[in-house]
Design a protein around this ligand. Structure first.
Ligand SMILES: Cc1ncc(COP(=O)(O)O)c(C=O)c1O
Length: 414
């Protein structure tokens, strides 16, 4: 198999997006390569041709292979990882399961930060309501100039006291709305020193952090990540990692189904942890089962993770420099460069004529660019300034960010 040339040729020959759309937002709903999409189609056809065979036997064999592939790629044991549709499914399962850390007479507290993903914050809020727990939020102040100052904000919060009441800390690996790479091992050490277990929301971690994400080498207790963002799988392919396998088997998906008490015929090597999440009635699991093809795409056609990382991270730096120069917004970083996400960057926008620096106007501009300019980007309001979060993926080229700069220039204050 020949290695593909990244940029325009990859986009034209290996992706299915409309050719007239400029796509600099892979981080949200980024498309998968046609090589993987074809596999999704093939799996669905296979299912359709003989549904009973699929649901009763075939899918279990395919699923076992997928979990093994996931464990190999992320460097953990088969028993520590299960596949879930998306990151929020994994977060819900951890928060809502009857785990030892939640079993206490007092209500307890869930600790999180204001940088967390919106749907994850909703899950924390709802769980706390259901369990009679409190939510304690660390309001991280941005910008920060060095990593230690960032960690200090966590230390300051813990020094305020009432730490014994905290049952779980939820932190991001890479934040969504601010594209910050968190020092998760240092933070986990800090929480563990206070006896607090840690769940990392790693929706953006796998395939983006360098070197390869090794779950074995991390220190956190739980890690939720996606394969459909930066690892080329079809949308609806994610995972949940639990370090302690005795705890893994106590975790329950938010949706109780047949996996709750699986038929012995399905037990071939799979644990309760696997089957609870996999045997979810007549659900179409085809996207989950695209993982082996996604790994094959990255390793063979795309030339491996190092080549992908080189391309995406270099292009990300180049695009950031270009946009900042065009808009004269250099030096407006929210965090030091060691905490920049490799493939996602935040660039402050110049003052715009028709768009105020509010969340509402950020969304209005984002939708306007999609609907009227065929430009897919994400505009956010942070610290009362508008930012664009740019993503780089192997189908992007520097010209995509020049189009972005030109489009935004049309709205600039004269
Ligand atoms: C940090 C973070 N967490 C969670 C999610 C939710 O992922 P999903 O849509 O796969 O549930 C996202 C999605 O972009 C995210 O960026």
């Amino acid at each position: 198999m020949n290695i593909i040339e990244f940029g325009e040729k990859t986009r034209r020959d290996h992706y299915l997006m409309d050719q007239d759309v400029v796509y600099v937002n892979h981080g949200s709903y980024g498309p998968c390569p046609s090589f993987v999409y074809e596999e999704l189609r093939r799996l669905r056809l296979e299912q359709e041709r003989n549904p009973d065979r699929w649901f009763r036997t075939l899918k279990y064999t395919l699923y076992g292979d997928c979990v093994r592939a996931a464990a190999r790629r992320l460097d953990c044991n088969f028993e520590q990882i299960t596949l879930v549709d998306n990151a929020t499914v994994g977060v819900n399962a951890i928060l809502k399961s009857p785990l030892p850390m939640f079993k206490s007479t007092s209500g307890g507290t869930i600790l999180c930060t204001n940088l967390a993903y919106g749907a994850v914050l909703f899950t924390i809020e709802e769980t706390a309501k259901q369990r009679g727990m409190k939510v304690r939020m660390i309001n991280i102040q941005l910008p920060i100039t060095d990593k230690q100052a960032f960690i200090q904000q966590f230390e300051n919060e813990l020094n305020k006291g009432d730490v014994e009441d905290i049952r779980l800390a939820v932190i991001d690996h890479i934040t969504s709305a601010t594209a910050i790479l968190l020092p998760i091992d240092e933070l986990t050490d800090l929480f563990h020193a206070h006896g607090i277990p840690v769940l990392v929301d790693g929706a953006h971690g796998p395939g983006q952090v360098y070197p390869y994400l090794s779950l074995n080498k991390l220190k956190c207790d739980f890690y939720v990540g996606t394969f459909h963002k930066w690892m080329y799988a079809a949308r609806g392919c994610s995972f949940l990692f639990v370090r302690d396998t005795t705890i893994a088997n106590q975790i329950q998906p938010a949706n109780t189904s047949w996996g709750y008490r699986p038929a012995p015929v399905h037990l071939n090597l799979m644990t309760h942890f696997h089957l609870q999440f996999f045997h979810q009635g007549t659900r179409d699991e085809s996207a989950l089962l695209t993982l082996p093809k996604a790994i094959e795409f990255a390793d063979s056609l795309a030339g491996g993770f190092d080549r992908i990382y080189q391309y995406n991270s270099n292009l990300s730096e180049q695009a950031k420099a270009l946009l900042e120069q065009r808009w004269n917004t250099q030096g407006k970083d929210l965090v030091p460069s060691e905490m920049h996400s490799p493939y996602l960057k935040m660039i402050q926008l110049p003052d715009l004529e028709e768009y105020k620096k509010t969340n509402e106007d950020a969304l209005r501009l984002l939708n306007h660019l999609i609907e009227h300019h065929k430009l897919i980007s994400i505009i956010l309001c942070v610290n009362n300034e508008l930012y664009v979060r740019i993503a780089t993926q192997i189908y992007n080229r520097i010209e995509d960010y020049i189009v972005l700069a030109d489009k935004i220039d049309q709205f600039r204050k004269k």
